[in-house]
Design a binder for this molecule. Structure first.
Ligand code: GDP
Ligand code: IMO
Ligand code: MG
Length: 421
């Protein structure tokens, strides 16, 4: 059976920490979408590590880790990550597997991403500049190169052919930056990647399932960044929701058991696009400061706001979320008044649904006030130790969403997590 852990907001909900914490109960951890746009932070031996493409279970010696076909993989970033992970004594020969169907991010994909973002006529998505959009465009456009192609003698020829196509697009953007050093790095990293365990991912994972092994699928980004259901066009280019697990790994939907949704106790977003509960005031700044809300991949300051229950309920519906983990609850410790968004005023009318085009609608969040707990909860290890007002905050969210919060994360460290009840 497969359990899924995914983000329900606009990413950075703390998936890395939670996957690392749950990983000990699983045999295989797998990424099924996204690429190095993800930055998943975890702590090992009190050292902070940010993983981009390698699943966050990799530090548990008894797990195997799969990069599924739904991921877009940058060999250069993978090589760096592998070196970091190996320096902790992890044997990647033993526990990292990469699907041969996984599409490659090429240097020209990164160039195209950058060219689009800086071009005057182009919509500013505020992408991570990792080449994600262009790589997925080549996948759906049936041009892309895959990890399995690296084992073909003609790989370089295929690369040159595709590069020529990309060059035309880059010329259209009048992009003139020299990317030859990126290409040099790329080909070095490709040699490194060829030495790793390249497998048929769908047979690999289904064989594990047949053996009764427990699989944890690790989402990247968040549901509101999903290509279909997020705040389009301000989204990423993959299906970040639970349905992406099936196509991103080659598994049947009946194999999925629990869908564990991660939400912060408040809300953040990095990059452009609608964010109804955003706080452009000193409260927003406080959240950013206390929550240290700066991107793990790009270092950009994250936009901050109150928890948005309209968006969360939508995400629970789309994903079939069976239980919730609330992270960064400790960040709210010092706030006397807390607010939760229970509805939108949409072009003058009250609604509890996500509209078709969020960026075009005039959305005012309808907020409910709840009392803060004004207590430091960082050291709590048992639900009984948590303040009453915090329990009321949790209970209100449970009731609104109709899905229970089962764990509360009360700090960035591995053991800072409290089971509810
Ligand atoms: P991810 O992309 O969902 O894995 O999340 P990120 O790693 O990008 O961002 C989450 C940030 O919050 C990281 O810096 C984590 O170390 C940190 N973090 C995770 N859980 C908690 C928590 O419960 N409290 C606090 N204060 N920080 C947390
Ligand atoms: P994790 O897995 C937060 C955002 C970018 C941009 C949009 C499109 O760490 O939660 P892309 O580079 O994917 O084309 O950018 O999506 N974005 C993320 N925001 N966390 C992430 O990943 C993100 N990955 C992409 O900022 O707005
Ligand atoms: Mg992140």
């Amino acid at each position: 059976m497969i359990d899924v852990i995914l983000g329900l907001q606009w990413g950075d909900e703390g998936k890395g920490k939670i996957v690392d914490w749950f990983a000990k109960n699983y045999d295989v951890i797998a990424r099924f979408q996204g690429g190095p746009n993800a930055g998943h932070t975890l702590y090992v031996d009190n050292k902070k590590i940010v993983l981009h493409q390698i699943p966050s279970g990799v530090f548990h010696s008894n797990t195997e880790n799969l990069i599924g076909n739904g991921v877009v993989l940058d060999p250069v970033i993978l090589k760096k990550e592998c070196n970091t992970v190996s320096s902790f004594g992890v044997d990647l020969k033993k526990n990292l597997f990469i699907s041969e169907r996984t599409h490659l991010i090429l240097p020209t994909h990164r160039a195209l991403d950058k060219a689009a973002e800086i071009s005057k006529g182009h919509l500013k998505i505020g992408s991570t500049l990792k080449g994600i959009g262009p790589a997925y465009m080549d996948k759906t456009g049936r041009n892309g190169l895959r990890v399995g192609d690296l084992l073909d003698r003609n790989f370089t020829t295929s690369y040159i052919k595709l590069r020529l196509k990309h060059q035309k697009l880059l010329d259209n953007y009048a992009f003139t930056e020299d990317i030859s050093s990126w290409e040099e790095e790329f080909f070095e990293a490709v040699d490194f990647l060829r030495q790793l365990n390249i497998v048929n991912g769908e047979y690999f994972i289904n064989e594990k399932l047949r053996q009764g092994k427990k699989v944890l699928a690790e989402g990247a980004q968040g549901s509101m960044l999903d290509i279909d259901f997020g705040t389009f066009p301000y989204v990423t280019s993959s299906n970040t929701i639970s349905a992406g697990v099936c196509s991103g790994m080659g598994v049947a939907p009946q194999k999925i058991r629990d869908v564990i949704g991660i939400t912060k106790a408040y809300c953040t977003r990095v990059g452009s696009g609608p964010f109804p509960t955003e706080l452009n005031d000193e409260i927003g700044e406080e959240l950013r400061r206390i929550g240290n809300e700066f991107g793990a991949t790009t270092g950009r300051p994250r936009r901050c706001g109150w928890i948005d229950l309209v968006a969360l309920r939508y995400a629970c519906m789309i994903n079939g979320v069976t239980s919730l983990v609330m992270t960064k609850a400790d960040v709210l410790d010092s706030f006397a008044d807390l607010k939760v968004c229970i509805a939108y005023e949409l072009n003058g009318k009250k609604s509890t649904e996500i509209p078709f085009q969020m960026e075009k609608a005039k959305i005012e969040p309808i907020l409910k006030s709840l009392s803060g707990w004004k207590t430091n909860i960082c050291a709590a290890t048992d639900f009984k130790e948590l303040p009453l007002n915090m329990k009321s905050y949790i209970e209100f969210i449970n009731q609104y969403l109709g899905v229970p919060i089962h764990y509360i994360s009360n700090g960035p460290e591995r053991e800072q997590i409290v089971k509810v009840g």
